[in-house]
Design a protein around this ligand. Structure first.
Ligand code: ATP
Length: 208
């Protein structure tokens, strides 16, 4: 069960999309325009870095192998482990999720001058966040573009990108759950234009 979260009085805009769809590009721009970003991936990362709040539990549950010499989580090891064994994924999620939710609540409690953007990459796969969101923005582009962008950004082999995509919700599923879709199928200048337009609408909604 998820710990229930209290909705803040400000507008909460959910932001999601498949791997490489452009979520970070969108959230960076919205942040530059004044939105308050809460990124659940970034929070998960901070929990598992050196001295991260989840590291004692991770060490206890998964042993020394789960840690790098500096005390941060060994991401390659854990990625392989949870990929092989879904039970381990559940164990890791049991450690991380309550802490992520707690931190999200703290950020929400701190307020936002305009509106919140809550970035949840696996919104439709995991559940548990939707009740907080007044809008759900899905960043979308053709799969071939996702693949190309991630290969270019991460230097991954194509099969690795495709495996991640197969484990994510389909484009159709995401688009069906959106209140707004950002079509990120052009260049970055086009994307910025679309985001700026959307920001104006969100500000108006936030002021209601
Ligand atoms: P992930 O789920 O892997 O974190 P993401 O959805 O956050 O990915 P981004 O990191 O924003 O995606 O974008 C993936 C890559 O594609 C980045 O290198 C980004 O700069 C690039 N990119 C995003 N949108 C565009 C675009 N419209 N034109 C050109 N490059 C783009």
């Amino acid at each position: 069960m998820h710990i229930a979260l209290n909705k803040p009085k400000q507008l909460v805009v959910g932001l999601t999309g498949g791997i490489g769809s452009g979520k970070t590009a969108v959230s960076n721009r919205l942040q530059a325009l004044g939105a308050t970003i809460i990124d659940t991936d970034e929070i998960a990362h901070s929990l598992t870095k050196v001295g991260g709040l989840a590291m004692p539990d991770i060490q206890k549950t998964f042993g020394e192998e789960a840690l790098l010499p500096d005390g941060s989580m060994n991401r390659d090891y854990m990625r392989a482990l949870v990929f092989k064994d879904p039970g381990k994924r559940i164990e890791l999620e049991k450690i991380l999720h309550p802490k992520i939710r707690e931190l999200v609540q703290q950020y929400l409690n701190a307020g936002a001058p305009l509106y919140f953007v809550l970035v949840v990459p696996l919104l439709f796969e995991k559940g548990g966040w939707g009740e907080l969101m007044d809008e759900i923005i899905v960043v979308d582009c053709p799969e071939e573009q996702q693949v190309r962008r991630v290969i270019q950004r991460n230097g991954w082999p194509e099969t690795q990108v495709r495996t991640v995509m197969q484990n994510q919700a389909t484009r159709e599923r995401r688009r069906a759950g959106a209140t707004q879709v950002i079509e990120n199928n052009g260049d970055l200048a086009e994307l910025i234009e679309k985001i700026d337009f959307m920001h104006q609408k969100l500000i108006k909604k936030a002021q209601k």
